[in-house]
Design a protein around this ligand. Sequence first.
Ligand code: PEP
Ligand code: MN
Length: 668
Amino acid sequence: MDELEKIRGDINSVDERILEALADRHKLAERIILAKDQLGAPIRDALREEQILASLIERGRSRGLDAHLITRVFHEIIDDSIRSQQLHLLGYQKSGLKRVAFQGIEGAYSELAGRKYFAPYLDQTLFVGVNTLEQVVNSVEDEDVDYGLLPVENTAAGSINEVYDLLSCAQLSIVGEEVLRVEHCLLAFEEVPLANIRRIYSHPQALAECMKYVSKLPNCQGLPYADTAMAVKKVKEEKDPSVAAIGSEEAGRLYGLKVLRRNIEDQANNYTRFLVLAKKPSAVDLRIPCKTSLIMATPHEEGALLKALSLLHEYRINLSKLESRPIPGMPFQYIFYIDFEGNTAEDRVAQALEKLRSATTSLKVLGSYPTQHRSRTQPKIEILAGGPPEAVEASAEPAVPAQEKVSYRLASREHKKEDTIIAVGGARIGGPGFVVIAGPCAVETPEQIRKCARQVKECGGQLLRGGCFKPRTSPYSFQGLGFEGLQMLAEAGREYDLPVVTEVLSPADVEAVARYADVLQVGARNMQNFSLLSEVGRSSRPVLLKRGMMSTMEEFLNAAEYILDRGNHQVILCERGIRTFETATRNTLDLGSIPILKRLTHLPILVDPSHAAGRRELVTPLALAAHAVGPHGLIVEIHPEPEKALSDGPQALRFSEFAELMRRIYQG
Ligand code: PEP
Ligand code: MN
């Protein structure tokens, strides 16, 4: 016990040193902005951030700290520094009480968003709950409060129409935004079995975000209530064990309810964006990345919207949102809400808006405000993989031989000359880059997939793979953990900031799998399962399509065509070996297909050396050979303990072998 106490004491003093160091660094941020101000220097210097990160990772490694930990910690530290530099430039006064109106009572999501936004000034901020969104607007207009908070859109349930309608009439400006990750809990008076719950109260928006979850509970009804926190309070007061509320964990704690389930939202990544409104617009320093919002109506004539949008394009203005709403009292006429990157104080934006005035019947600028989305400098892959990269041969635009007649159309270079580049999280698949996807054949335990995720991230891999529904030759082999495995995969991906790839076997599962997976894999055995191809073709997730082991390249491209034809244009091809008379390898890796497919199609192409080789010792040489023929990346199986793997253990690279492979790919 003495020993435990002593270690705890040591931990406390280390924490104290960390705190002091953080406070020192925070103070330096306040000083550096003054120095930058004098020089007119930008807040951020991407090159310097990259260098700092690279050097910290290297020095951290020599002390036994992993690159992911260093990256995460310093992302937060750099973010804090940028936030406080921005606040300085915004001239926020540290004195004077500010009153902030939100809809609901204490514990509502709007209040949580407000607490996040005003975090540096919480001691001088008074949150005032009001009953309706309209009252939020009114109290800012009447100057009863300094700011108002309005939820404007949710990533699962979409835009909040009422707020858009309020904005069109309000005499207010948007001065800020906040994005809150919304994690809904099912809260009840006491621990009761889910089957006993008959009524669930919450705000209609929260009910909509958890619709699938609620509909699966037997004999249970979702009932709308004014606000999530009020619903929580009501359940506490009713003391009825058959009643529950959907709300935040904080609201549950505040009103003394028990959490029956966490994260019951239908979409794994559920965020709500809030706007901060004030009576007057605020001027935002040009060095702060900004968004501008406006409302416009165009004449009811051919090409009017196109004309307005092309004006913005002419001034290189990047739209981040376009929304239309009916004009009250004018059936089938619409106004448009637009968000774009830029600040009305920039010449280019001012000129664009001036021109836009003459192309619209009404134009109302709602305000320019700092964007909440701050890009984070990522460590370079070669730093992670341990050295400078080999120059990857740029993919020259291949000419299409005129006489070739092919049976597919959308997949062909004739249809689209330039390479398709598919963005998944921060990774770009296709074009000049080279991505590595790695992970176990199958997800087995939370620990196993976490370890793999960590290794993938540490070595510079960009996506995490892991099978949850396994297509096994024998019905007696391990079939995968199904949706339970998918949760583990998604969790590991989230922890290590890696998008995840998993195979989907049945058309009926596509929608559910797509909720968690960033990329849907169609396996070699299903390459010509046309109903599955059609279903993934209707999904909005990118699809990794593996070449059937008995398929020609033309059949392969026709399979891709099914997906493209259904409207999903994000198809990634994968060569994984074909069946030949040779038995020394599991399949014969057809590397010749890579340069040929690159001529025939604009779609990105990966190579899977693992399933082709079937044996670990062949994976690295085949991967290096594959790299030389110019695919857009690799997908490789790894396992912390291949001997114990439940599937494809003999071909899984050990962690050290994967690290060495990555070093050889990126270092040469
Ligand atoms: C896999 O990637 O786990 C897999 C089963 O691959 P394939 O469909 O290529 O056999
Ligand atoms: Mn496998």
